[in-house]
Design a binder for this molecule. Structure first.
Ligand SMILES: Nc1ncnc2c1ncn2[C@@H]1O[C@H](COP(=O)(O)OP(=O)(O)OP(=O)(O)O)[C@@H](O)[C@H]1O
Ligand SMILES: [Mg+2]
Length: 198
């Protein structure tokens, strides 16, 4: 019977397995879920399991009691950051797709993740006019009609990230290119991830 020797890699988690969170932020309709889906398909095809934290799903299962006040938006992002950190701690890959309009909350999420691994902030900077023109969910029309007060980009703020790792405008960047550029950023982060897993 053979057993891996203690002091090698056997038994405990591998120190080289640095986890990473890709955090997609941008207006409703900017392309977060679309890119997340394509990115996840690509990563899983490569044998890399991914935890997806999409704002809509998180608000159904993890934050169903929260509204869209600033306090609750921030709490939602804090929860997402905590969960992402727990997954990254064990070398996992997380893709977050959330409007996350406030810089301070995004930076809190970054801090929660960077305790355990890498955090890549991707700003989908698709202009409001394009997002509104797409109006995938019909929400902009309702917001303009006054039926959804406090809608990001209409009568609620979106603070553009001060230090994004990547900025992609989906009105000019094809989906495949967005996925490829995020992939490259993940690979670069993983390659240069000293001590990401303590
Ligand atoms: N190059 C592109 N990249 C991504 N999405 C694109 C692109 N071109 C067009 N689209 C379309 O833009 C829409 C983006 O909608 P999506 O649901 O992904 O936005 P979202 O950011 O997740 O919005 P929400 O915050 O409301 O969930 C989709 O209908 C998608 O097909
Ligand atoms: Mg979405």
């Amino acid at each position: 019977m053979t057993r891996p020797g203690l002091g090698e890699t056997g038994g405990m988690s591998s120190a080289s397995a640095a986890g990473v969170t890709v955090f997609l932020t941008g207006l409703s309709g900017a392309g977060k879920s679309t890119i997340a889906d394509a990115l996840v398909a690509r990563l899983e095809a490569d044998g890399r399991p991914v935890t997806v934290l999409d704002g809509d799903v998180v608000r159904t299962h993890l934050s169903s009691e929260l509204d869209f006040s600033r306090a609750h938006r921030d709490l939602n992002i804090r929860r997402i950051g905590f969960v992402a950190g727990e997954v990254v701690k064990h070398g996992g890959t997380v893709v977050v797709a959330a409007i996350a309009p406030y810089e301070a909350a995004r930076e809190e999420a970054r801090e929660l993740v960077e305790r355990h691994g890498r955090f890549l902030l991707v700003h989908l900077s698709t202009p409001l006019e394009v997002c509104e023109g797409r109006d995938v969910k019909g929400l902009y029309a309702k917001a303009r009609a006054g039926e959804i007060p406090g809608f990001t980009g209409i009568d609620d703020p979106y603070e553009a990230p001060a230090r994004p790792d990547l900025v992609l405008d989906t009105s000019v960047t094809p989906l495949a290119e967005s996925v490829a550029r995020i992939r490259a950023a993940i690979d670069a982060a993983a390659a240069g991830a000293p001590g990401a897993v303590a």
